[in-house]
Design a protein around this ligand. Structure first.
Ligand code: FER
Length: 279
């Protein structure tokens, strides 16, 4: 637990009123998400993997960092979307590839592979019809098996991946934030880095969230828990923060002033999480 680099920090909501410069740790700099000509670019590719869990081949995307070397081993971040999204949501609206290219150009992130799966583990995994219905919502739970038993083994067979729990991260927005909390804290032998950006009510509560507290305490490197103060789902984040504090699980707790449940906020959080993960 001492290895945790970030302990629980309570960030003042008044920070937005401070002179500029003093919220640099909360708000990404202008242009962080805009392509810069001349910056080396990573590569985004779509791929299919066989899923025993769902019984079909499933679509996902992968981002390889600039100057990717297939003979070198990389840590892997699994980056998860929200209830209305799919394996393209982050790419189309959050441009993680641009954010990462820019971070690499200024040497601010560890070289890593980012996998962008579809977290709705069912045969028709398109975000259509009643996305809040029982069946599609349950599919976000089913994805735990798809991730651990199908996707991760596929990635580790097809790419050179650094071994060990300290080289695997899971992060996501909203439903994907809830999945990251549930899967990360539920499988501390598999994930040492967790990012939850405005986690949704699918986030488990109480001991169901923290089923292996001792393993979590020894393996966890970073739990980055965050929400915008104007987000209607903020109670999920504050509730998890209180519970984790009570249980002695160190975490970075960020409440962003004047931020909502949207990609402006999620992109900002990816910018900060990406600079901490695997360091
Ligand atoms: C809910 C409210 C919001 C819920 C999920 C969400 C499963 C997800 C929002 C998102 O992913 O943006 O009650 O229940």
């Amino acid at each position: 637990m001492k290895a945790l680099k970030i302990t629980a920090i309570l960030l003042s909501l008044a920070i937005s009123n401070l002179p500029s410069g003093q919220s640099d740790h909360l708000i990404a700099p202008e242009g962080f998400d805009r392509p810069v000509s001349g910056n080396p670019q990573g590569e985004v590719k779509e791929f299919m993997y066989p899923s025993q869990t769902v019984g079909v081949d499933r679509k996902a995307n992968i981002y390889l960092p600039p100057n990717y070397n297939p003979n070198q081993a990389y840590p892997v971040l699994y980056l998860l979307h929200g209830i209305g999204g799919d394996e393209r949501e982050w790419l189309d609206q959050g441009t993680p590839h641009v954010i990462m290219d820019n971070l690499y150009a200024s040497n601010k992130a560890k070289p890593m592979i980012i996998v962008l799966p579809n977290g709705r583990a069912m045969k028709n995994d398109r975000a259509e019809g009643d996305i809040f219905g029982a069946e599609p919502v349950k599919a976000f739970t089913t994805f735990e098996d798809d991730l651990l038993k199908d996707l991760i083994p596929f990635i580790e067979k097809n790419y050179k991946v650094k071994p060990g729990v300290e080289n695997r991260a899971v992060a996501g927005l909203s439903m994907g934030g809830g999945q990251s909390m549930n899967f990360g804290l539920g499988n501390p032998e598999h994930f040492a880095w967790i990012g939850a950006f405005s986690p949704a009510p699918n986030t488990k509560k109480g001991d169901a969230l923290l089923s292996k507290p001792d393993v979590t305490k020894s393996n966890l490197k970073l739990l980055f828990l965050s929400c915008g103060d104007k987000d209607n789902l903020i109670n999920v984040t504050t509730g998890a923060h209180e519970f984790l504090t009570e249980k002695g699980i160190p975490h970075s707790y960020r409440i962003l002033p004047n931020h909502y449940h949207d990609f402006k906020y999620w992109k900002n959080e990816l910018y900060f999480f990406a600079q901490l993960v695997f360091k």
